[in-house]
Design a protein around this ligand. Structure first.
Ligand SMILES: Cc1cc2nc3c(=O)[nH]c(=O)nc-3n(C[C@H](O)[C@H](O)[C@H](O)COP(=O)(O)OP(=O)(O)OC[C@H]3O[C@@H](n4cnc5c(N)ncnc54)[C@H](O)[C@@H]3O)c2cc1C
Length: 438
């Protein structure tokens, strides 16, 4: 495959979960693979920061037993015995009031007031209808073509009614993805319904999800601090990469980076590539508040996750309580995730100001919080989550069907799928399998 001028048979750009999944697949097939990563560590949006309050997830907060690709990677990484369940107790903030529920016990949605009695029947009917989605693949967006032309708000309202949509699905899409149902297709609420229908549980890895990326990267040939600036097909069947450390060449290249860097680096994208790369992203602004001790039983309704309604005036999108995912450390870590309007307002604010914003936003739930915080840690993502707008499944399918078998460059960014790790890993794997099938 490789000629004598090649660095490697395959270059993978990006050591996030997509790039790591691709590199493992290609390496297992016997190829000589080099991963080029701009940062000094692997994982990208699957990485963990050590804080005085315990591990802070910089991106992905939890995994799911409903995933299909990630569990295989967890096994490859030797971490299967380190996977622990996250508390299913959650809370949603609606009209200034908090409502607790348990994700594994739908009845608690009604008992806790998230779903009002008058909304319960359409919600229940919707859940019954959604059972037929239980076996759909939530990693492969190509499986969701039937929901590609309807917007998520309309689909969700038609299936679950206005009550469950407004009081649970809108807060979920805001809290988990910093997006809105109306700006996405029915594929997003459809896939969320599939998680629910297969009774998927949230899980994490003891000590932080970043351990997964570190363990996956360890046996691979990863070069850190290498920023790819330009990629072009060289006309002789290979590709050339201009990087901050000089030029590289390979017979095959997988681009496992988000849409913005990929657009900047890819010379002369095809119309199909340009179409999938045009997808909008939400931005992410996370404030980790470290506490000297763990939250007491009963505080924040014992919830692991708090979601906020888009209609509320709070700057919150969501909050995650570390000790209720993994009680490994003596302290605690509250990860406050801001909603898009607040991200716009506070994007350039100082760490000190953001600390204040997070404490004030949490004060209705934790009035004495200010005196308990021992440190604040800020994480910004210019491209946090890709949206799945109407027509996007068709664009991804057109890209995948239209790619020439001899094309040396294959895309594997998260804009080809859903905004969660399992789909990112699927994209990496798909790119590797495509290269191996030639
Ligand atoms: C705040 C937040 C919360 C989330 N919560 C969840 C969750 O709870 N559960 C879940 O499953 N998913 C969650 N996600 C989504 C999940 O994190 C992503 O789907 C997944 O990590 C994306 O992986 P990736 O490999 O496609 O991209 P990335 O993780 O972004 O990896 C891309 C890599 O490429 C590198 N790179 C970029 N440009 C270049 C360049 N020019 N040259 C070389 N290298 C480059 C980057 O440094 C990075 O390491 C969350 C994401 C965010 C931001």
């Amino acid at each position: 495959m490789a000629d004598k001028h090649d660095d490697a048979e395959a270059l993978v750009v990006g050591a996030g979960v997509a790039g790591l999944a691709a590199a493992h697949r290609l390496t297992s097939a016997g190829l000589d693979v080099v991963v080029l990563e701009a940062e000094v560590r692997p994982g990208g949006r699957l990485s963990t920061l050590e804080t005085s309050g315990g591990p802070m997830e910089r991106g992905a907060q939890f995994l799911s037993t409903g995933y299909t690709v990630i569990p295989e990677l967890v096994s490859v990484a030797g971490l299967a015995d380190q996977v622990v369940p996250v508390s299913g107790r959650s809370m949603v903030l609606l009209g200034g009031r908090s409502h607790a529920f348990d994700t594994m016990r739908p009845g608690t949605l009604v008992r806790g007031g998230t779903v009002r009695a008058r909304d319960a029947l359409p919600a229940l009917r919707g859940m019954m209808r959604a059972r037929r989605l239980a076996h759909r693949d939530i990693a492969d967006i190509g499986q969701w073509a039937d929901l590609d032309q309807i917007d998520g708000q309309s689909w969700s309202t038609a299936v679950f009614g206005t009550g469950l949509t407004a009081r649970l699905l809108n807060p979920t899409v805001l809290g988990l993805y910093f997006l809105t149902l109306s700006a996405n297709s029915g594929a997003i609420p459809g896939a969320l319904a599939a998680f629910q229908a297969r009774r998927a549980k949230a899980v994490t890895v003891r000590g932080g999800l970043g351990r997964l990326a570190v363990a996956l990267a360890r046996p691979l040939n990863v070069e850190y601090g290498v920023r790819v600036e330009r990629v072009w097909r060289d006309g002789t069947g290979g590709a050339v990469l201009a990087t901050n450390r000089g030029r590289r060449r390979a017979a095959s290249v997988v681009l496992a980076t988000p849409a913005k860097p990929t657009t900047e680096m890819l010379a002369e994208p095809t119309p199909q590539e340009a179409a999938v790369l045009s997808v909008p992203y939400s931005r992410g602004l996370l404030i980790g508040l470290a506490l000297g001790e763990q939250l007491a039983a009963g505080e924040v309704g014992d919830a692991y996750g708090v979601l906020a309604s888009p209609g509320d005036t709070t700057p919150l999108a969501a909050v995650a309580v570390r000790s209720r995912a993994d009680a490994g450390s003596s302290g605690d870590l509250l990860t406050v995730m801001l909603r898009p309007s607040a991200v716009d307002q506070w994007w350039s604010a100082s760490d000190r100001d953001l600390h204040g914003v997070a404490v004030a936003a949490l004060s209705p739930l934790l009035p004495e919080l200010k005196d308990r915080v021992t440190g604040a840690h800020i994480v910004r993502w210019e491209q946090a989550m890709p949206a799945v707008p109407t027509g996007h499944v068709a664009a991804v399918t057109a890209y995948r069907r239209g790619i020439r078998p001899t094309d040396p460059v294959v895309l594997a960014g998260d804009y080809l799928g859903f905004p969660w790790t399992d789909s990112a890993a699927f994209n990496g794997r798909w790119a590797a399998d495509h290269l191996l099938s030639r």
